[in-house]
Design a protein around this ligand. Structure first.
Ligand code: XLS
Ligand code: NI
Ligand code: NI
Length: 442
């Protein structure tokens, strides 16, 4: 097949911050060592299949604008899927991204029957295996699209009809098998329609119990087939449903505790989902590490004035620095990575725009890694934080936390000691320090 991106060199080179070449990295230098690992090892970048190759720019107001000739192409659907896959891997290879990720329906068309869908998927997994072998691209994660088809209008695992639950289970079984075959590092469950629009027709308690049963079956299957990757829940507060059960990291944590699934499941944190839930990205990362359920990141960005999942490419070094800082502080990625769940704007119709989006996102995150690493190395924030809590490390603090003192003991103490002195929280000074590290990154 002729190349889809003929003007791009293989792979995109690193040329440093001063380059004027828009098709070169300015910050992402894969082999550069930062602390104990290379940038590539720290960041484990992945590109996604769906936004870049399965979507032609259509929105609720209008038709597709992007040049994706395999979409709705007449003729053999498997042939069209193969053309699409060849282009996707040409892109991954030319970008120099080590990982990719997919939904079952992104790579293989849904058939007229379930059996046909599985057969389509199997053929395309064969194809993917060959493309991965050829290019050296690895699979960060696979997932099932259990939200687009009309049968899932009322949810998949949380559907009021057990037949739909069963269909979704069959689909996830096949998608997990495919991910296992392709040696995926993780398997993701994003609850696309696992929520509700109105309580007038919804039994929330029952739906959550169904979801727990579903997840338990996925875990059992993972162990049965010997899949060694991590199972990840991807929190999102709403959209498409008005309320989604996996609202944020805290809701996922509570769900896993409630149904005794801790230790089996981690989270895939999407930047734009964090902001939709009313949290900062860094908050969600810190919450996940705090609960022991940090897994992977869907890197993207929203817009300050638009309250839906815009999936822009990351643009803010500050936002990503604060998230990267929490990731490094927590010990970094293990099976997870920085996956671009990001899409072009509808007017970005030049083929190379896909490179510009990813190059910019990778540079923002690579630069954030440098800043976060320096902040951590120099203990710029750790020092003040440790100092702030130092009382808890002393004898009195330890007695309180160790359960040696009662409420009455503390009341008695208050009667005899002076008012505790107040100290500055120094937020502005700390923000200035972070800004200085961002200025200095090199
Ligand atoms: C949608 C989600 C989706 C998941 C994969 O908002 O981000 O893209 O990452 O199903
Ligand atoms: Ni996502
Ligand atoms: Ni999303």
């Amino acid at each position: 097949m002729t190349e889809f991106f003929p003007s791009i060199e293989t792979p995109i080179p690193y040329e440093g911050p001063d380059t004027d070449n828009p098709l070169a990295f300015r910050w992402y230098d894969a082999d550069r060592v930062v602390g104990a690992k290379t940038m590539a090892e720290h960041l484990r970048f992945a590109a996604c299949y769906w936004h870049s190759f399965s979507w032609d720019g259509f929105d609720i107001f209008g038709e597709g604008t992007l040049d994706r000739p395999w979409i709705n192409a007449p003729g053999d659907q498997i042939e069209a899927a193969k053309v699409k896959m060849a282009v996707a891997f040409e892109f991954f290879e030319k970008l120099g991204v080590p990982f990719w990720s997919f939904h079952d329906r992104d790579i293989a068309p849904e058939g007229a029957t379930f059996a046909e869908s599985v057969s389509n998927l199997t053929q395309m997994v064969d194809e993917a295996e060959a493309q991965m072998e050829r290019t050296g691209t690895q699979l960060l994660w696979g997932t099932a699209n259990a939200f687009s088809n009309a049968r899932y209008q009322a949810g998949a695992a949380t559907n009021p009809d057990p037949e739909v639950f069963a269909y979704a289970a069959a689909q996830v079984c096949a998608a997990l098998d495919a991910t296992h075959r392709l040696n995926g590092q993780n398997y993701v469950l994003w609850g696309g329609r696992e929520g509700y629009d109105t309580l007038l027709n919804t039994d929330m308690k029952r739906e959550q119990e169904q979801l727990a049963r579903f997840l338990t079956m996925v875990i059992e299957h993972k162990h049965r087939i010997g899949f060694r990757g991590t199972i990840l829940l991807e929190p999102k507060p709403y959209e498409p449903t008005k309320h989604q059960y996996d609202y944020d990291v805290a809701a996922c944590h509570a769900f896993l505790e409630r149904f005794d699934l801790m230790g089996e499941v981690c989270t895939n944190i999407e930047v734009n989902h964090a902001t939709l839930s009313g949290h900062d990205f860094a908050h969600e990362v810190a919450a996940a590490f705090g609960a022991g359920i940090f897994g992977s990141v869907d890197a993207n960005a929203g817009d300050d004035r638009l309250g839906w999942d815009l999936d822009r490419f990351p643009i803010s070094v500050e936002q990503m620095t604060l998230g990267m800082y929490e990731i490094l502080k927590g010990g970094g990625f293990t099976t997870g990575g920085m996956m671009f769940d990001a899409k072009l704007r509808r007017q970005s119709i030049d083929r190379n725009d896909l490179f510009h989006g990813h190059i910019g996102g990778m540079d923002v995150i690579a630069r954030s890694l440098l800043v976060a690493h320096a902040l951590l190395e120099d203990e710029v924030l750790a020092g003040p934080v440790q100092e702030r809590y130092s009382g808890w490390d002393g004898e009195f603090g330890s007695q309180i936390l160790g359960g040696e003192l009662t409420l009455v003991d503390l009341q008695e103490r208050a009667l005899s000691v002076a008012e505790p002195p107040r100290v500055s929280g120094r937020q502005e000074a700390l923000e200035n320090l972070v800004a200085r590290y961002i200025d200095r990154a090199s």
